[in-house]
Design a protein around this ligand. Structure first.
Ligand SMILES: CO[C@H]1[C@H](O)[C@@H](O)[C@H](O)O[C@@H]1C(=O)O
Length: 701
C-alpha cells in the first residue's frame, strides 16, 4: 500500500448482488497487449477488477461459454474483424455490448492504444460508480487536442502558489530514482484524459535546458509516455544568454535562432515525443522579446520555428501587465495581443487565463476569447487555490470553470460560448487546448485538502469535454473516491456545487476582486495601499470612497468594456441588465444604490458577507452527518479543515465589513452578529505560510 488515496482506489463493490452480476459478465477476457500502453491498460483493468470484484477473468483466445470482454484496437484484435469508427478520432473509444461468434461480449475498442486506455479507464469508472454494464453502447472522444497540467514547480522543489507540500519531482534523485508517485500521477491523469504535463514553473530557471536536467526530464517522459502523456518545459526567454554564451536573446538574431533550433534538436534526441515549450515573457519581470524591441509574435514564432521540424508546439502566455502602462490592468493583455491575430505560426497557441485580472474567485470571461478568430487560444484555469483559500478551504472549482466556458462571447453571433471558441468551432484550422495550473504536491493526499483532488479530476474531465456538467463530475468523483451510498453522495455533491459561491460571498461578493492580503494572497487585505505598485494595491481595484465602491469600466471610466462584443458590452454597462455578480467589476456605485433585492448596496454587500460565512457553517453541519459513512480518518480531517475554513470565512467577513464601513459610514443591520474584533486587529493579523513554499519565488506581487 502506497499510503495515499486517489480516485483510482478501486474499492470493493459493496452491493453484493451487483458485484455478482458484474462477475458473470466478465468471466473471460481477450486482451492481447504488445505495446507498453496496452500492457499498462491491461494491468489497470486487472487491478481494478481485483480490487472491486476480487475477480481475475480467464484469459482466452476466442469467445467461449460465459461472457467475454474483448479489448484492443482493430489491429491488436485482428482475429476478430472489429472496427472502430473514424468519428472517434485518434483518442476516442467505443464500449459496446455485441454478439461475437454468437456469444454476448463487451467490446472496448479504439483507433489507437491511447484510445483503448481511455476506454479501459472509462469502463472501470462504470463499475466504480455502480452503473449497469449489461447493454453498453458508449463512445466518446476529446473535444480538445492539448489537455495539459502546468506545474509551477521550481528546481529546488518549492512550488510557487503550491499548498500541498513540495514538488513531487525529486530532481535530486532523478534520473536514477523513478518514484512510484510519477507512475500514479500518470495513471490519474490518463484516467481523466490529461495528455500533457509542463513539469516546471513558468517563472522558469534556464537550467532546465541543461544536459544534466534534460536527462532527468527524459526519465519522467519515459514514465508519462506509457500513459499517453507528453512532457513540456517552461523555458526562460533569456536562456541563450544564461545557459549558452550569447550576448543577446533577441529573437531576430540569427545566432539566437540557431541556439534554439540546436536546443530543440538536442531535446528531441532525449525525448522523441517531447511536447514543446510554455513561455511567460515580458510579464512580472520575466525577460521576453519586448526586452529587445520585438513583439510577442516575433518571440513565439522564433521558438515555434525551432520546434516545428519535430512537431512541437509553443504555448505562449497572454498573462501580461505592467505598472508602466498607466491604464486599467484589465485591458493590457487584449491590447498587446489582439493586434497580432493571425500573425502567429500554426504551432503557437496563446494561453489565456479565464479572466482578465488573475484567477480571482469570480471574474468575467477574458475579452480575448472570441477576439482573435485566427489564432488558437488555450484556456488557462488555476487548480491550485491561490485566491480561493489555499488548501484549507473546500472550493469545488468546476462551477467556476463552467461559468466561464458557458459565457457567451457573441463574437460569432449568439451562442458563441467561450467553450466553442476554444474548441475551435469557429475556425477548424486551429489547434486547441486547455491548461490547469496543478494543485499537486508531496502531501500524502496529493492536493492538501481531501476535496482538492476533485479540482484536478474535474479539470481533466472538462478539458476532455468542456460542456460536461459540474454536478455529474462531482458525483462521479465522490463515488470513485469515497462511496456510492446516495445518502453520502447527494448532500455532499450539493455542498460541493455551492462551495465556490460561498467563497465568493465571504471574500469578494458583487464583483469585488483583488482585495486579498499582499504577497501571500491569503486572508483579507482590502486596505492594502502600499504594495510597491499601484496595480498590486487592493484600493486600486475596489476604489471605495465616501461616494461608493467599485471600478468604473464603462465609457465614463476605463472603458475596458469596449474590448467585448457589443452585445456583452451593452449587457454589462447597463445597470438594468448587468448581473449582481459582475456589478462592481464594471461600475462604481453609491452606497445607497438600490439593488434588485430592494436593499441598499451597502446592506446587500453586508448580506453577502454574512451569507457566505454562514454557508460554511451549514456545510460543516451537513458534513457532521456524514460520520460513519466514510472512513474516520478522512472524515475527521475534513471536519477539522471545515472549522479552519469557518474561522477564516468569519475573519474575511468581519475584516471586509469593518473596512468598507469606514467609507460607507452606514450601520450593519442588527440581525447580524457583531464582529469579534476591531478593524485594527484584522489589519495586523499575520496569516501563516511557509516562506518559499506557497509563496512567490522572485517578487512580491
Ligand atoms: C507564476 O507566477 C504567478 C504568480 O505567482 C501569481 O501570483 C499570479 O497569479 O500569476 C503569476 C503567473 O501566472 O504568471
Amino acid at each position: 500500500d502506497d499510503g495515499y488515496k486517489l480516485w483510482l482506489e478501486y474499492n470493493k463493490v459493496s452491493n453484493k448482488q451487483l458485484a455478482n452480476i458484474y462477475r458473470q459478465q466478465l468471466q473471460n477476457m481477450i486482451f492481447p497487449a504488445q505495446s507498453d500502453q496496452l500492457k499498462a491498460a491491461r494491468t489497470e483493468l486487472l487491478t481494478g477488477l481485483d480490487g472491486m470484484l476480487a475477480l481475475k477473468p480467464r484469459d482466452t483466445k476466442r469467445t467461449t461459454n460465459g461472457q467475454t470482454i474483448i479489448i484492443g484496437t482493430p489491429r491488436s484484435l485482428k482475429a476478430f474483424s472489429i472496427t472502430a469508427p473514424d468519428s472517434i478520432g485518434s483518442e476516442g473509444y467505443l464500449i459496446k455490448t455485441a454478439l461475437v461468434n454468437q456469444k454476448k461480449c463487451i467490446i472496448i475498442t479504439a483507433n489507437t492504444d491511447a484510445g483503448v486506455m481511455y476506454g479501459v479507464f472509462n469502463f472501470l469508472k462504470l463499475i466504480q460508480t455502480n452503473q449497469s454494464i449489461n447493454k453498453l453502447d458508449l463512445s466518446d472522444h476529446p473535444r480538445m487536442m492539448y489537455r495539459v497540467l502546468d506545474h509551477w514547480d521550481n528546481l529546488n522543489r518549492t512550488v510557487e502558489r503550491g499548498y500541498a507540500g513540495s514538488s513531487i519531482w525529486n530532481w535530486h534523485k532523478l534520473p536514477g530514482v523513478v518514484d512510484q508517485r510519477y507512475i500514479d500521477y500518470a495513471r490519474a491523469n490518463a484516467s481523466v484524459g490529461i495528455n500533457g504535463s509542463v513539469v516546471n514553473n513558468v517563472n522558469a530557471d534556464a537550467l532546465i535546458l541543461s544536459p544534466q536536467y534534460l536527462l532527468k526530464v527524459q526519465a519522467l517522459a519515459n514514465v508519462f509516455r506509457t500513459y499517453g502523456i507528453r512532457i513540456y518545459l517552461s523555458v526562460k526567454f533569456s536562456s541563450p544568454v544564461e545557459l549558452g554564451s550569447l550576448k543577446t536573446a533577441d529573437p531576430l538574431d540569427p545566432a539566437v535562432k540557431k541556439w534554439w533550433a540546436d536546443k530543440a534538436d538536442e531535446i528531441y534526441r532525449y525525448i522523441p515525443d517531447f511536447g514543446g515549450f510554455l513561455v511567460k515573457a515580458n510579464s512580472e519581470g520575466q525577460p521576453g522579446p519586448q526586452s529587445y524591441g520585438r513583439t510577442h509574435a516575433d518571440g513565439a514564432n522564433m521558438l515555434a520555428d525551432a520546434l516545428a521540424p519535430h512537431h512541437g508546439i509553443v504555448m505562449w502566455r497572454a498573462f501580461v501587465y505592467d505598472n508602466k502602462v498607466p491604464d486599467d490592468r484589465f485591458k493590457q493583455a487584449y491590447n498587446e495581443f489582439k493586434p497580432f491575430d493571425g500573425k502567429f505560426r500554426d504551432n503557437v497557441i496563446i494561453q489565456v487565463k479565464n479572466g482578465p485580472i488573475d484567477f480571482q474567485p469570480r471574474e468575467p470571461f477574458h475579452p480575448l476569447f472570441g477576439a482573435m478568430p485566427n489564432t488558437p487560444l488555450m484556456m488557462e484555469f488555476q487548480l491550485t487555490q491561490e485566491y480561493l483559500g489555499f488548501s484549507t478551504h473546500l472550493v469545488y472549482e468546476a462551477p467556476l470553470f463552467a461559468e466561464c466556458l458557458q459565457s457567451d462571447t457573441y463574437t460569432h453571433g449568439i451562442g458563441s460560448t467561450v467553450a466553442r471558441v476554444i474548441k475551435g468551432d469557429f475556425n477548424k484550422k486551429l489547434i486547441t487546448g486547455m491548461a490547469g495550473v496543478a494543485n499537486i504536491g508531496t502531501d500524502l493526499n496529493w492536493c492538501g485538502h481531501p476535496f482538492a483532488q476533485a479540482n484536478w479530476y474535474a479539470f481533466g474531465r472538462m478539458a476532455w469535454n468542456p460542456d460536461q456538467s459540474p454536478g455529474v463530475i462531482a458525483a462521479d468523483w465522490l463515488k470513485m473516491t469515497f462511496s456510492n451510498d446516495d445518502s453520502f453522495v447527494s448532500p455532499v455533491k450539493n455542498f460541493m456545487l455551492q462551495s465556490r459561491e460561498n467563497t465568493v460571498n465571504y471574500m469578494t461578493p458583487l464583483g469585488l476582486h483583488h482585495i486579498m492580503g499582499v504577497s501571500t494572497h491569503y486572508g483579507p487585505g482590502p486596505w492594502v495601499d502600499n504594495a510597491g505598485r499601484p496595480d498590486w494595491n487592493a484600493t486600486y481595484y475596489h476604489k471605495a470612497d465616501s461616494a461608493g465602491i467599485g471600478f468604473n469600466r464603462t465609457g465614463t471610466g476605463s472603458d475596458a468594456l469596449l474590448q467585448y462584443a457589443p452585445e456583452v458590452k451593452a449587457q454589462w454597462e447597463n445597470l438594468q441588465t448587468c448581473p449582481d455578480e459582475y456589478l462592481l467589476w464594471f461600475h462604481h456605485l453609491s452606497w445607497t444604490y438600490k439593488m434588485r433585492s430592494g436593499r441598499s448596496l451597502w446592506d446587500e454587500l453586508v448580506h453577502h458577507y454574512y451569507v457566505g460565512a454562514d454557508s460554511v457553517k451549514q456545510m460543516g453541519l451537513t458534513w457532521d452527518k456524514m460520520q460513519g459513512r466514510i472512513d474516520a480518518e478522512r472524515f475527521t480531517e475534513v471536519k477539522q479543515l471545515m472549522q479552519v475554513q469557518l474561522n477564516e470565512a468569519t475573519t474575511w467577513r468581519d475584516a471586509c465589513v469593518l473596512y468598507f464601513q469606514t467609507f460607507s459610514k452606514m450601520p450593519v443591520p442588527a440581525i447580524y452578529p457583531k464582529p469579534q474584533h476591531q478593524l485594527d486587529y484584522y489589519k495586523k493579523m499575520k496569516f501563516y505560510y511557509v516562506p518559499g513554499i506557497g509563496g512567490n519565488n522572485y517578487m512580491t506581487n
